[in-house]
Design a protein around this ligand. Structure first.
Ligand SMILES: Cc1ncc(COP(=O)(O)O)c(C=O)c1O
Length: 383
């Protein structure tokens, strides 16, 4: 077989085939005509952004409705800021609330984009172990907080991905979410809830409510994205926070706002089509996840283990035998297969016998070929 083609099981990409190209092309014309010459203004100079840095109102309304459908309560639109992807929201929070040397608590494994940014800010990142199914280990969090308290040290924020945790796919149980909130109240630490994958759920039964919904003291900063329900090239996300945090965060924003052009197109489309689109989108992702899991079972079942995720875009694969991870990377490269190495997600970049596969952007028929090659590389790297 020709080895020329490279299989990229990397990055949190979406299926190109579910991107609503035609619908967006049609709606763009209508959407742009709706506000026409108002594009001559900076967002904060116009009514369409409520004369503020919050961003296009129509998109904030969509965010609010999206939240209401899942959580049963709407988010107040004046506390939502539209951002350039959720990564900008993370950046804004980091720059506004954190400074070098500050302690930040995260899951021991977490999204490497956030981790890299926290390192860039020179934060002292403390990782709490995470259970593949039930999320952050709250008993260990409690011990850690007690320990810091005894030392007279106070973590500044707890960053968590409770839904479809990246990379493990865990869903933090509601009991753990409530305990996390109680701990955060008693130690007076805000929670930074990253809900990037919250709506990519393969099953209809209810997930636990978001930590933000369970919170009644305004102690949660909540970040969401349009990247994973439409496509990351859209670059739209948002942050929700209570006034006190929001005002501080906005005072650290210098980019003059998020594209109103992108916002209005997405808002007009999702206003009408969000749930139909999501249903189709999720069905395709689930199908690809099934294909990936089946191929993994067939070709690498003897030496790998994974918890089938109930949503999100990743499969966290643990290698159950002794393996040389450096060699694996080399052997996979030789077979033109790329994956995200487990250590990238570890708060201290510890070498792990694990890797993260991203499959949603790969054509169905190519997935088994790529997984077969990866499995051969794993077999070869086993010691
Ligand atoms: C957990 C998590 N948060 C945030 C992001 C940033 O996504 P975006 O800026 O495209 O919304 C990602 C991207 O993969 C992610 O996995």
């Amino acid at each position: 077989m020709s080895m020329e083609k490279t299989f990229y099981f990397t990055g949190g990409k979406t299926p190109p085939e579910t991107f609503p190209t035609d619908a967006l092309a049609l709606i763009s014309q209508k959407a742009i005509k709706k506000i026409g010459g108002a594009f001559a203004f900076y967002p904060r100079q116009h009514e369409y952004s409520s004369y503020s840095d919050l961003g296009y109102k129509g998109l904030r309304e969509v965010v609010s409705l999206r939240y209401k459908r899942r959580e049963g309560v709407a988010l107040p639109i004046d506390n939502i800021v539209v951002t350039s992807g959720s990564m900008q929201a993370i950046e804004l929070v980091g720059r506004a609330l954190l400074k070098p040397g500050d302690i930040i608590i995260t899951e021991e494994l977490t999204y490497y984009g956030s981790l890299e940014f926290f390192r860039y800010l020179k934060l002292n990142v403390i990782g709490i172990p995470v259970d593949d199914k039930r999320g952050m280990e709250i008993d260990i969090l409690e011990d850690t907080l007690k320990c810091f308290d005894r030392l007279n040290l106070k973590p500044k924020i707890i960053y968590t991905i409770p839904n479809h945790h990246n990379p493990t796919g865990a869903i933090m149980t509601e009991k753990r979410r409530k305990r996390l909130l109680d701990l955060a109240y008693s130690y007076n630490i805000p929670i930074f809830e990253d809900d990037c994958y919250g709506d990519i759920d393969f099953y209809k039964d209810r997930k636990p409510r978001s930590i933000n919904t369970l919170d009644d003291e305004g102690n949660v900063l909540f970040v969401g994205s349009f990247s994973k329900i439409l496509g990351p090239g859209i670059r739209l996300g948002y942050l929700y926070a209570k006034d006190n945090y929001l005002n501080t965060i906005l005072s650290h924003r210098w980019d003059l706002g998020t594209s109103v052009l992108a916002s209005i197109i997405v808002a007009e489309y999702l206003k009408e089509k969000m749930w139909d689109h999501l249903e189709k989108h999720i069905k395709v992702i689930k199908r690809k996840m099934d294909i990936t899991l089946k191929a993994l079972g067939e070709y690498a079942g003897e030496y790998t283990k994974c918890t089938p995720p109930r949503g999100g875009l990743f499969i966290w694969v643990k290698i159950t035998q002794n393996i040389d991870m450096e060699k694996l990377s080399l052997y996979a490269e030789r077979r033109n297969v790329k994956y995200d190495e487990g250590k990238l997600f570890h708060y201290r970049e510890r070498e792990l016998k694990a890797l993260r596969l991203s499959y949603a952007h790969i054509p169905d028929e190519e997935i088994p070929i790529g997984i077969k090659r990866l499995s051969e590389a794993i077999r070869e790297a086993i010691i």
